[in-house]
Design a protein around this ligand. Structure first.
Ligand code: TYD
Length: 200
């Protein structure tokens, strides 16, 4: 069976480090894997990503552009891959919009739910891995990274609200979410990921 897996977490929580590990674990099970990302994943989506990461805009504009990119991504990439039996691994999806645009920027969650219904119907990930880390640690990790984008330049309060919004999403959808404690070593996290993937 093809599976749609998403990875989430505040910037600096370490999801990028673990994407290759997760992809390898899935391939070892004989699955074909497609790694993709949001915002992005299509030529138009990648252009929208450039705007989203670097151009100042109203939070609701930001929300609608996220969903515009997502509409293309779902129809052109995610659903066709799933239909071919491919396992899709997406670096962020709609939970990020609830966490960043609602939790972080204060956009009404009801408006986001309406866009979600419009763009996705009842289409949802089968599994969401939430890389969770106290914000003091994730921002410290980010400080050493390459030049920050519009989101990464925000302060600790912004990321605290995002982290809390993610944890609330996980609580609201326990059957889909797995929370990965990212304060542990890479080896420990890899071991847990291996256990999770082996149960798929
Ligand atoms: P990210 O995966 O962190 O890319 P990179 O590791 O290359 O920096 O994603 C880019 C940013 O987009 C990130 O700061 C979160 C933000 N984002 C939203 O605000 N809302 C969304 O719906 C999505 C998908 C991402």
């Amino acid at each position: 069976m093809s599976i749609f897996i998403t990875m989430e977490g505040v910037d600096g929580a370490g999801k990028s480090t673990h994407i290759p590990t997760i992809a390898n674990l899935l391939r070892q099970q004989g699955r074909e894997v497609l790694i993709t990302r949001e915002p992005g994943g299509t030529p138009l989506g990648e252009q929208l990503r450039e705007l989203l990461l670097h151009e100042a805009m109203h939070p609701e504009t930001e929300t609608m552009l996220m969903f515009a990119a997502r509409r293309e991504h779902i129809e052109q990439v995610i659903k066709p891959a799933l239909a071919r039996g491919v396992t899709v691994l997406s670096d962020r999806f709609t939970d990020a919009t609830f966490a960043y645009q609602s939790g972080g920027r204060g956009v009404s969650p009801e408006k986001i739910r309406q866009l979600e219904t419009w763009v996705q119907g009842d289409f949802q990930p089968h599994l969401t891995l939430l890389f969770d880390l106290p914000v003091e640690i994730s921002t410290e990790r980010l400080a050493g990274a390459r030049s920050p984008d519009r989101f990464e330049r925000e302060g600790t309060d912004f990321f605290d609200r995002i982290r809390n919004a993610y944890l609330q999403r996980a609580e609201a959808f326990p059957e889909r979410f797995r929370i990965i404690d990212s304060s542990r070593t890479i080896e420990e996290i890899s071991r847990e990921l291996s256990e999770i993937i082996s149960t798929l």
